[in-house]
Design a protein around this ligand. Structure first.
Ligand SMILES: *[C@@H]1O[C@H](CO)[C@@H](O)[C@H](O)[C@H]1NC(C)=O
Length: 1000
C-alpha cells in the first residue's frame, strides 16, 4: 500500500513536470524580486546549498519538495514573484508583516495543496485574484491590512474548507457576498475597516460555527443582522461604526450565551438594553455607545463578574430626575475586574456620593460627565486609587474638592468643570504629579490658586476660569514647562503677571481676562513663540506692549480695557494668522499703521484711545500731524546707500561685507546680526577656520565644503562654504550675483552675510560664501539620529508639532522664492541636509541661489555634478524630469519638498533600501493611507510625549496627503507652494485646537 502511494506520488510529480529543481528556480526568482536591501536575509538561498536547508523553507519528509515558506516579519520589500505559483507542494505560505507591494499574483491559484495563506500587513493592491479560489483546500486566508480594492468576489463562497477569513483593513467595497453562506466551517470572519455597504444577508445564519465576527467600520445598514441570533457559539461580535438601526431582541442574551465581547457602538440603535444581557456570564466587554438607546442601565449588570469595560456613553439613558438612575453604579461593585466605565452624555440623575466609592479597585477610567448627577465627591475614595481619568464635568455636583483626591496619584485627567462646587482648591492636588489636564472651571471655588500645582510637571491644560479665586498668580505655575493652555479668566486675581511667563514655551493660549491684575506686562511674554490666543482684557495692566514680534502664529490678541500706553507695534501688520487684535480702551498714542492687517477694520479694534491717530478711515481716528523728521532720516539713509555702493565697486577683488543697514524685506523679526566688520581676505578666512582644518569642517556637499569659522574681532561664528568652482575669471559678476542674492531675505532662509572671490596663496581661484551659522545642524541629522556620529547627535527627537512648524517654515520660504520674489527662483537641490535649524529649531533653508550661481559660472561642472555619482545623496529628492534633461523649474522644488514632507513624517528616506522599482516612498505611503497611517508614521513621533486622545493619526494623514500631492510624477499636477503653505498652516491650527479639545 505504501509503495503504491509513493509510486503514485512520483507519477503525479512527473505528470506535473515539476521537480526539486523547479522549486529551487522558483525560489531564486522569488528572491530576485525582493528589493535589494533586504535580500541578504535570504543569502542561504543559492545553488551551492541544499534546498531544504534554505532559511525559512520547510520540505516534505519523503519527496523533499517545498511545503512551507515562512517569511513573516522579515521586512522584505519588492513584489511577490509569480514564480511562487510553481511551488506545487506548498501547503503553508507566510508573508505576513513585510513591505511587499504590487498585486497578488494570479499564479497563486496553481497551489492546489495550499491550506494556510498569510499575507496580512503588506502593501498589496488591486483585486483579490479570482484564481485564488481554485485553492480549494484553503483553511485560513489572511489578507488583513493591505490596500486591496474592488468588490469581494462571490467565488469566495467556493472555498468550503475555510475556517478563518480575514479581509480587514483594505479598500474593499460592494455588498456582503451572500455566497459566504456556503462556508459552513467558518469560525472567524473579518471585513473590518473596508467600505462595504448594504444589509447582511439572512442566509449567513447557516454559519453556525462562527466564533468571531468583525464587521466594524463599514457602511453596512439595516436592522441588527437577524442571522447573528443563530450563531450560538459566537464569542466576539463587533459591528461598530456602521449604519445599523432598530432595537435588539429582548432574548439576545439567551441566544448568544457565549459572548465575551459585544460592540455595537456608533450606529443608530434605539430601544432599551435587553436585560437578558446580564445572563451572559462570560461577558467582558460591552460597548453600546453613541446610539439612541433609552431606559435605564440594568443594575443586574452587577451579575457580570468578568465585566471589564462598560461603554454606554452618548445615548439617552436615565430620566434626568429620578434618583434611581445611578442604582447600577452601586451594583457594579461586584464586578471586580471593571476597568472602564463610560456613561457620559446621557440623562442620568442621582447622588454621586453614595455610589462610586465601592467600584472595583481596578478601575482606570470613570466618565460620568454631562448628566444630571448631584451630590458631592465622596471624601473616602480609597477604591479609586488606580484611576487615570475621572470626568465629572457638566453635572449638578455640590460641595468641595476633598483633600483625599491627592491620593489618586495616577490621575492624568481630572474634570469637574461646570458644576456647583465651592470651597478652596486643596493643595494636595500638587501630589498628583502625572496630571495632564485639570478642569475646575465654572464653579464657585474661592481662595488662592495653590502654588503646589507647580509640582504637576506634566500638566498640559489648566482651566481655572469662572470661579472666585483671589490673591496673586503663583509663580510656580510658570514652572510647568509643558503647559499648552492656561485659562484663569473671570476670577478675582490681583498682582501682576509673573515675569517668568516666558518659560512656558509651549503655551498656545493664555487667558487672564477679567481679573484685577495690574503692573507692566512681562518682557518675556514675547518668548512664548507658539502663542495662538492671548487674552489679557479687562484688567489694569499699564506700561507699553513688550516686544511680541516673535509671536508670528498668534490669531487673537485682546489687550482691551487696560491702561496700556505707548505706540502700537507695526509688526502686527505682518502676522499672517491674526484674526483679531483688540486694543480698545487703553491709552495708546501715536500713529496707527495702515498696512497689512491694519488695513482691515474688522480685525483691528482701537476705539477709546484718545491719543491715537492715523489708521485706515473706517477706524475713525483723527489724522496725524505731519512731522519733517521722517524725511531727514530718509535722506540720511540714501546717502549711506550710495556710499556703500561706491565702496562695493571699489573693492571688487576684496570680499564685501554687510553693514547694519536694515533691508526692506518681508521678515517680521529684526535682524539678529551684529555689526559686521571690515573686509575679509582669503587669509582672514584661512585663519578663522584654522587653515580650513578638518576640525572646523561641518559638512561637504557636491558643490562645496562647509567650515565653521570664528571671525575676529568679536569671534562671531559663521559658516563658510568654499565652492568647487573650476572656471576662472568672472570675479566681478560673481560678487554682483552674490549681492543680488544677499538681498533676497526671508526669516527662513539662511542669511548670506557676504561672499569672497579671491586668489588663494597658491594663486588659484578661491570663492566662498559666508553664511550665518546654525547651531542645531540640519534636519537630516534630526530625522536620522542613528546615522549621526555620537558627538553631533541631537539629544532628543523632534515632536510632531516641531515637525509641522519646520514644514510650514520651509514651505513659506519657498512660496516667497517662487512667487513673491521679483523673479521666481528655483532652489534645485532641496533636501533635509539643506534645511538647517537655529537654536529655537526654526528652519532655515541653505544653499539657496547656489544653483543659479553655478549654472551661471560653471554650467558644465554643475550639470556634471548633477548627473555624477557625486550627488547620489540628492537622488530621491530630484524631480524625475531632471533625470530626463528637464529644465530647472519651481515644479522641481515642489517635488523635493513633497519628498521631504513624506520623509519628515515617516522617518524613511526616499533612498531607503526598502524601495526599488515601482515601490517608492511615494507608493509606500500612498497605499497605507488613510487607515494605516500610524504604521508608516515615524515611530519617533509616536513615542514622543503624545497623549491619548490627540488626533495624531488624522494630523499625520493630512500632512502626508499634502506631501503626496506635492510629489506626483507630472510637474504641472503638483500642488503649488502657496497651496501647500495654506494647507499645512490649517493642519497645524487644527492640530493645535484639537489638542486643546482632546481632554474635554
Ligand atoms: C507568520 O509570520 C508571522 C511573523 O510576523 C508570525 O507572527 C506568525 O506566527 C507566522 N505564522 C505561522 C503560522 O507561522
Amino acid at each position: 500500500m505504501r509503495l503504491f502511494l509513493l509510486l503514485s506520488f512520483s507519477i503525479l510529480m512527473l505528470l506535473e513536470g515539476y521537480t526539486t529543481e523547479t522549486d529551487e528556480q522558483s525560489l531564486l526568482k522569488f528572491k530576485s524580486q525582493v528589493s535589494e536591501g533586504k535580500r541578504a536575509i535570504l543569502s542561504s538561498w543559492n545553488n551551492s546549498f541544499p534546498l531544504c536547508k534554505w532559511t525559512c523553507v520547510t520540505c516534505g519528509h519523503k519527496h523533499k519538495r517545498v511545503t512551507g515558506l515562512n517569511l513573516g516579519g522579515l521586512q522584505l520589500g519588492g513584489v511577490i514573484s509569480p514564480s511562487i505559483g510553481n511551488l506545487s507542494f506548498l501547503i503553508s505560505l507566510n508573508l505576513t508583516n513585510n513591505y511587499f507591494g504590487g498585486t497578488i499574483p494570479q499564479e497563486l491559484g496553481n497551489l492546489f495543496r495550499l491550506k494556510h495563506l498569510f499575507m496580512s500587513f503588506n502593501f498589496l493592491k488591486g483585486e483579490i485574484p479570482t484564481s485564488l479560489f481554485n485553492c480549494s483546500r484553503l483553511v485560513e486566508l489572511h489578507l488583513h491590512s493591505n490596500s486591496l480594492s474592488q468588490v469581494v468576489p462571490w467565488e469566495l463562497g467556493t472555498l468550503r474548507k475555510l475556517v478563518l477569513l480575514d479581509l480587514g483593513r483594505n479598500k474593499l467595497k460592494g455588498k456582503f457576498p451572500a455566497s459566504l453562506e456556503n462556508l459552513t466551517s467558518l469560525e472567524e470572519l473579518s471585513f473590518v475597516a473596508n467600505i462595504m455597504e448594504g444589509e447582511i444577508p439572512n442566509d449567513i445564519a447557516r454559519l453556525a460555527k462562527m466564533v468571531d465576527l468583525q464587521l466594524a467600520t463599514n457602511n453596512f445598514s439595516g436592522v441588527f443582522p437577524q442571522a447573528i441570533y443563530n450563531m450560538s457559539l459566537l464569542e466576539n461580535l463587533n459591528i461598530i461604526d456602521n449604519g445599523f438601526s432598530g432595537s435588539l431582541r429582548s432574548d439576545i442574551g439567551n441566544l448568544l450565551p457565549n459572548l465575551r465581547g459585544l460592540f455595537i457602538g456608533n450606529n443608530s440603535f434605539s430601544g432599551v438594553i435587553p436585560t437578558t444581557l446580564a445572563n451572559i456570564s462570560n461577558l467582558q466587554n460591552l460597548g453600546m455607545e453613541i446610539n439612541s438607546l433609552t431606559g435605564s442601565i440594568p443594575p443586574s449588570f452587577g451579575k457580570l463578574r468578568d465585566l471589564q469595560l462598560l461603554s454606554l456613553h452618548t445615548n439617552s439613558f436615565g430620566s434626568d430626575h429620578s434618583l434611581q438612575d445611578l442604582e447600577f453604579l452601586g451594583a457594579l461593585s461586584n464586578c471586580t475586574q471593571l476597568s472602564a466605565l463610560l456613561v457620559a452624555y446621557n440623562r442620568l440623575a442621582g447622588d454621586l456620593s453614595t455610589s462610586i466609592a465601592n467600584l472595583s479597585t481596578n478601575i482606570n477610567i470613570l466618565e460620568l460627565q454631562s448628566n444630571f448627577i448631584s451630590g458631592s465627591i465622596p471624601h473616602d475614595n480609597g477604591n479609586l486609587i488606580n484611576l487615570k481619568i475621572l470626568s465629572l464635568g457638566n453635572n449638578l455636583l455640590t460641595g468641595d474638592l476633598p483633600t483625599s483626591l491627592g491620593k489618586l496619584s495616577g490621575l492624568e485627567q481630572f474634570s469637574v468643570g461646570s458644576n456647583k462646587m465651592s470651597g478652596e482648591i486643596p493643595s494636595s492636588l500638587g501630589n498628583i504629579t502625572r496630571l495632564e489636564s485639570l478642569w475646575l472651571f465654572n464653579n464657585s471655588f474661592e481662595g488662592i490658586i495653590p502654588p503646589s500645582i507647580g509640582k504637576c510637571s506634566h500638566l498640559l491644560y489648566l482651566y481655572l476660569q469662572d470661579n472666585k479665586l483671589n490673591a496673586t498668580i503663583p509663580r510656580e505655575i510658570m514652572q510647568i514647562a509643558p503647559l499648552v493652555l492656561l485659562n484663569m479668566s473671570n476670577n478675582l486675581l490681583t498682582g501682576s503677571l509673573p515675569e517668568t511667563v516666558g518659560r512656558l514655551e509651549h503655551l498656545g493660549t493664555l487667558s487672564v481676562a477679567h481679573n484685577r491684575l495690574s503692573g507692566k506686562l512681562p518682557e518675556t511674554l514675547g518668548e512664548c513663540l507658539l502663542m495662538v490666543q492671548l487674552d489679557l482684557h479687562g484688567n489694569s495692566f499699564d506700561g507699553t506692549i513688550p516686544d511680541l514680534s516673535g509671536l508670528v502664529g498668534v490669531k487673537e490678541v485682546d489687550f482691551s480695557n487696560n491702561n496700556l500706553t505707548g505706540s502700537i507695534p507695526g509688526y502686527f501688520a505682518n502676522f499672517s494668522s491674526l484674526e483679531r487684535l483688540n486694543l480698545s480702551i487703553n491709552n495708546f498714542e501715536g500713529k496707527l499703521p495702515t498696512e497689512g492687517k491694519f488695513k482691515n477694520a474688522s480685525i483691528v479694534s482701537v476705539f477709546g484711545n484718545i491719543n491715537l491717530c492715523g489708521g485706515v478711515l473706517e477706524l475713525k481716528l483723527k489724522p496725524c500731524k505731519h512731522s519733517s523728521f521722517s524725511k531727514k532720516v530718509l535722506i540720511g539713509v540714501s546717502i549711506g546707500v550710495s556710499l556703500l555702493l561706491l565702496l562695493f565697486i571699489a573693492s571688487v577683488s576684496l570680499c564685501w561685507f554687510r553693514n547694519r543697514k536694515k533691508n526692506k524685506t518681508n521678515e517680521a523679526t529684526p535682524s539678529t546680526l551684529g555689526t559686521f566688520h571690515e573686509q575679509i581676505s582669503y587669509g582672514d578666512l584661512r585663519n578663522a577656520t584654522n587653515g580650513f582644518s578638518s576640525g572646523n569642517l561641518v559638512g561637504s556637499g557636491c558643490f562645496g565644503t562647509v567650515f565653521k569659522a570664528l571671525l575676529p574681532p568679536e569671534n562671531k561664528v559663521v559658516a563658510v562654504k568654499v565652492l568647487n568652482l573650476q572656471q576662472r575669471g568672472a570675479m566681478k559678476s560673481f560678487l554682483a550675483e552674490c549681492e543680488s542674492l544677499r538681498n533676497v531675505r526671508h526669516r527662513n532662509l539662511v542669511k548670506l552675510l557676504t561672499a569672497c572671490s579671491s586668489i588663494d596663496f597658491l594663486g588659484n581661484q578661491f570663492r566662498a560664501l559666508i553664511y550665518e551659522f546654525m547651531p542645531n545642524g540640519s534636519l537630516d541629522m534630526w530625522l536620522h539620529p542613528d546615522e549621526v556620529e555620537e558627538i553631533a547627535r541631537p539629544s532628543r527627537t523632534l515632536t510632531l508639532l516641531e515637525r509641522l512648524n519646520i514644514a510650514v517654515d520651509v514651505a513659506s520660504v519657498f512660496d516667497y522664492l517662487h512667487v513673491h520674489c521679483h523673479e521666481a527662483i528655483a532652489h534645485c537641490d532641496l533636501k533635509p541636509s539643506n534645511v538647517l535649524l537655529d537654536e529655537d529649531l526654526i528652519a532655515h533653508v541653505s544653499d539657496f541661489g547656489l544653483a543659479r550661481i553655478l549654472l551661471k559660472f560653471d554650467q558644465e561642472y554643475f550639470l556634471n555634478q548633477l548627473s555624477s555619482a557625486g550627488v547620489r545623496g540628492t537622488i530621491g529628492y530630484a524631480a524625475p524630469e531632471y533625470g530626463m534633461g528637464g529644465e530647472v523649474s519651481t515644479h522641481g522644488d515642489m517635488y523635493s519638498f513633497g519628498i521631504i514632507l513624506l520623509e519628515m513624517f515617516s522617518g524613511k528616506r526616499p533612498t531607503n533600501e526598502l524601495f526599488g522599482g515601482n515601490f517608492t516612498l511615494h507608493s509606500y505611503i500612498e497605499s497605507a493611507l488613510p487607515e494605516r497611517v500610524l504604521e508608516v508614521a515615524d515611530e519617533k513621533i509616536l513615542h514622543n510625549g503624545l497623549r491619548i486622545g490627540f488626533p495624531v493619526a488624522e494630523c499625520l494623514k493630512l500632512v502626508l496627503e499634502v506631501g503626496l500631492r506635492c510629489c506626483v510624477e507630472s510637474p504641472v499636477n503638483r500642488l503649488a507652494m502657496s497651496e501647500a503653505v495654506k494647507e499645512l498652516t490649517t493642519i497645524r491650527e487644527r492640530f493645535f485646537r484639537s489638542r486643546r479639545r482632546a481632554t474635554h
